[in-house]
Design a protein around this ligand. Structure first.
Ligand code: LRH
Ligand code: MN
Length: 435
């Protein structure tokens, strides 16, 4: 194991300063929960088993089409991104995997990259293909689409790129390919809406055929952007139909920001699970469009309701053609335009884990009994009472026991990690766009 980026002595020293208060808070919460028959240590053990992957592209500052404002010391390549992801894992202990994006994270030796990550305590989650940007020297432009492009050579180029991502993923030890395509139109009539999907399915089936036995293909739907009139895989309906058409290894990935405001995302989760197609999540938050804001920063209650559905789903694993009962891939997908990306991912990992923990506290017998009795208020209260519990002591205890920091942001700031990196790393130029 390489020496981790944050001094273990600093973490130990700060944890010692917080230990007594944490013990007090944990004991008090334990007494409160035991009054309703909940064993706090059992919840802590569930939290200790929870994890969410971080996006390599989230380690750098993000931007919009208008501008991107880099910060000093932000990562400039996958090696520096891994170091920053190691900071998040070292302090939070819930982010042991990185989800890479190609060709953004392209290197010449993936075996070495896998060892480099492992030495930092990191593994790999789903690999992401990219057929929404043209690369220098690329034969066919994606300006008119990729997997759904009218031009057969362009579709084949996109298929080849996705198969290359699978091969890279195999070297990294990943078993999921996330396929998001921005394919769509900006004008009515620009493309035939039916034939576009047919072309997508024909091309996607070639990627599907290249999947190793233990792999999944995660289809990511999105309502709009970069296309602003129609998008080929625009909603969960198009996604589940495509996944059913492709086969048992094709699942649906829910990026929370890819829905119209106020869409009932937790019900989409329940539906995808019902039909054995719940493949995974890109956690973030939004107020308007695909804002890629920090998870739970705008609507933490929705995130809690999503995890409430996930607990119900885990309790009712639907047999699906691929046999796997319930193993959705949890990943963060955010764009950190105004914060230190490490702080945002520490804060988001905490919020996501809090919503997971709160969902474990729901008295399911009381909920189900109230639902059966049409006792609306008591059914709602069963959720609200769990949501209102401050689970921070449980998360901090699980984190400290795993060697993490009780106060992750305090430890990160005291480490002056970003300042040190600003001295070591070359500055990132001004620009615009997502990365
Ligand atoms: C598309 C998306 C997709 C990624 C990209 C970085 O909006 O959510 O998951 O490929 O962001
Ligand atoms: Mn996404």
């Amino acid at each position: 194991m390489t020496e981790l980026p944050i001094s273990a002595d600093l973490i130990a020293e700060r944890n010692a300063a917080h230990a007594e208060a944490l013990e007090e808070d944990y004991a008090a919460l334990g007494r409160k929960l035991s009054r309703t028959g909940i064993d706090i240590d059992a919840i802590k053990d569930r939290v200790a088993g929870f994890s969410v992957a971080v996006p390599s592209w989230g380690a750098g500052r993000g931007g919009t089409r208008f501008a991107k404002f880099p910060i000093a010391g932000e990562p400039t390549n996958i090696h520096e991104k891994l170091e920053d992801c190691a900071v998040i894992q070292q302090l939070s202990r819930v982010t042991p995997r990185v989800s890479p994006h190609f060709p953004w994270d392209k290197v010449s030796d993936y075996k070495a990259l896998r060892e480099e990550a492992a030495a930092l305590g990191l593994g790999w989650d789903a690999v992401n293909s990219n057929t929404f940007q043209d690369q220098v020297g690329q034969a066919h432009t994606y300006a008119n689409g990729s997997l759904a492009a009218q031009d057969a050579a362009t579709r084949q180029q996109a298929v080849d790129h996705n198969i290359e991502c699978i091969e890279i993923g195999q070297q990294l030890g990943s078993t999921d390919l996330t396929v998001w395509v921005g394919d769509g139109t900006n004008f009515p009539g620009q493309q035939d809406l039916g034939r576009s999907l047919d072309r997508y399915l024909e091309a996607a089936s070639k990627i599907y055929a290249a999947l190793p036995d233990d792999w999944r293909m995660l289809l990511e739907h999105k309502m709009f952007e970069p296309a602003f009139y129609s998008t080929v895989i625009s909603d969960w309906g198009s996604s589940i139909l495509a996944a059913q058409e492709l086969g048992p290894k094709a699942k649906c990935l829910v990026d929370l920001g890819h829905h119209a405001p106020n869409v009932n995302i937790e019900q989409i989760v329940a539906r995808l699970h019902r039909f054995g197609k719940l493949g995974g999540f890109h956690f973030n938050d939004s107020k308007y469009g695909d804002d890629d804001l920090d998870s739970g920063s705008i609507n933490p209650h929705q995130l809690f309701l999503v995890f409430n559905e996930l607990v119900e789903a885990e309790l009712n694993p639907r047999a699906n053609e691929a046999g796997g009962g319930f193993n959705p891939s949890y990943m963060i997908d955010q764009s950190h335009n105004v914060t230190d990306p490490i702080e945002s991912m520490l804060s988001s990992a905490e919020t996501i884990t809090q919503c997971f923990a709160k969902a474990q506290l729901v008295d399911r017998d009381a909920l189900h009994a109230a639902q059966e009795a049409n006792d609306t208020m008591m059914a709602f209260q069963a959720l609200r009472r769990a949501y209102n519990v401050d689970v921070a002591p449980i998360l901090a205890k699980a984190r400290a026991e795993a060697g993490g920091a009780i106060d992750v942001l305090e430890a990160y700031r005291l480490s002056q990690y970003r300042g040190r990196k600003a001295q070591q790393r070359k500055a990132v130029g001004l620009g615009a766009g997502i990365v």
